[in-house]
Write a protein that binds this ligand. Structure first.
Ligand SMILES: N[C@@H](CCC(=O)N[C@@H](CS)C(=O)NCC(=O)O)C(=O)O
Length: 255
C-alpha cells in the first residue's frame, strides 16, 4: 500500500506528539502539548473534579495533599496560592489556575478540544454549557446559602424565591429527558455537577429520595473507571471532616 507524502508526514507528526496532547480536533481546533500539571487538593472537595477530568483524559498530573489532614493540605495550598488559597489550585506550567470550571475549560479547549464536550454546533452544546455553569452558579451557591440559613433558623414556610429544592428539581427534570448533563453523552458538565449534587444530598438540604433520576445518574457516573481511579487516589479514606447533615425538621415545609 502506498502512503502519500502528506499522510506520511501527518503520521510522523502524530507519533511525535508529547504525552497529554491529542490529534487534530473537530473543526479547526488543534490540541497543544500539555504543560506539567500539579493539582493542589482537599480530599473529597471540589479539586476532585480536576483529578477526575485528568483520569477521563488519561493525562499525566501530580497530586498534592496530606492524607486525612485538610488543615495541612490547605497549608500546602497557601504556600503556592496565598492570595486565593482554595481547592482546586492548579499549577499549570508556570501559571496558577483557580475556579474548577475555568480550569476544565482551559485543559479541554487547549489540550483535548474533541473530548468531553459536545460539538459546538450540536443541540447538546448549549445544555452542556448551562450545566457547566449551573453547578457553581446556581446549585453550589443555593446549597450553601440554604444550608447556613436553615441551620441558624429553620424556616416556617418556604420562600417564594428560588431555593435549593427548585434548583435540584430543575436538574431532576432535565435528567428525565437526557441521560447526562452533557445531553446524550457524558461530558465535563457531569464532572462539574457531581460534587455539588453529592454535597447537597450529604448535607440533607433536600430529601434525596425525591430525586430518582439524579440518584440513578450519580450511580452511573460513579461506576465509570475514571471516577473510580479518581476516588482511589484522591479520597482513599472517603471524606475527612464531613459536614453535619441538616435535620429533616430544619428544612422548610412543602409549598
Ligand atoms: N468556585 C470555586 C470554589 C473553590 C472552593 O471554595 N473550594 C473549597 C473546597 S470545596 C475550598 O477550598 N475551601 C477552603 C476555604 O474556603 O478556606 C471552584 O469551583 O473552584
Amino acid at each position: 500500500m502506498r502512503i502519500s507524502a502528506s499522510l506520511f508526514l501527518s503520521l510522523v507528526f502524530l507519533a511525535a506528539l508529547p504525552a497529554g496532547s491529542v490529534s487534530a480536533a473537530s473543526g479547526d481546533r488543534v490540541a497543544t502539548p500539555l504543560p506539567p500539571i500539579t493539582i493542589y487538593h482537599l480530599e473529597a472537595r471540589r479539586s476532585e473534579r480536576i483529578v477526575w477530568l485528568m483520569e477521563e483524559l488519561g493525562f499525566p498530573y501530580e497530586l498534592k495533599f496530606v492524607r486525612g489532614n485538610l488543615g495541612a493540605s490547605l497549608m500546602q495550598i497557601r504556600q503556592v496560592n496565598p492570595g486565593n488559597p482554595v481547592a482546586p489550585t492548579v499549577l499549570y506550567g508556570d501559571d496558577i489556575l483557580v475556579e474548577s470550571g475555568a480550569i476544565i475549560d482551559v485543559i479541554l479547549n487547549r489540550h483535548a478540544p474533541d473530548r468531553l464536550q459536545p460539538d459546538i454546533n450540536s443541540p447538546d452544546y448549549p445544555w452542556h454549557q448551562i450545566w457547566m455553569h449551573y453547578a457553581e452558579g446556581s446549585l453550589a451557591s443555593r446549597m450553601g446559602i440554604d444550608y447556613r440559613v436553615w441551620q441558624l433558623q429553620p424556616p416556617e414556610q418556604r420562600s417564594p424565591l428560588r431555593d435549593i429544592q427548585g434548583t435540584v428539581q430543575y436538574a431532576e427534570d432535565f435528567l428525565a429527558e437526557h441521560p447526562y448533563f452533557g445531553g446524550s453523552e457524558f461530558s465535563a458538565a457531569d464532572i462539574m455537577m457531581h460534587f455539588p449534587m453529592n454535597y447537597t444530598f450529604l448535607i440533607n438540604v433536600v430529601d434525596r429520595t425525591q430525586f430518582p433520576n439524579i440518584n440513578e445518574w450519580m450511580a452511573r457516573v460513579e461506576a465509570r473507571p475514571a471516577y473510580k481511579r479518581m476516588a482511589e487516589v484522591s479520597k482513599p479514606d472517603g471524606m475527612p471532616s464531613p459536614p453535619e447533615p441538616l435535620p429533616d425538621s430544619a428544612r422548610p415545609p412543602a409549598r
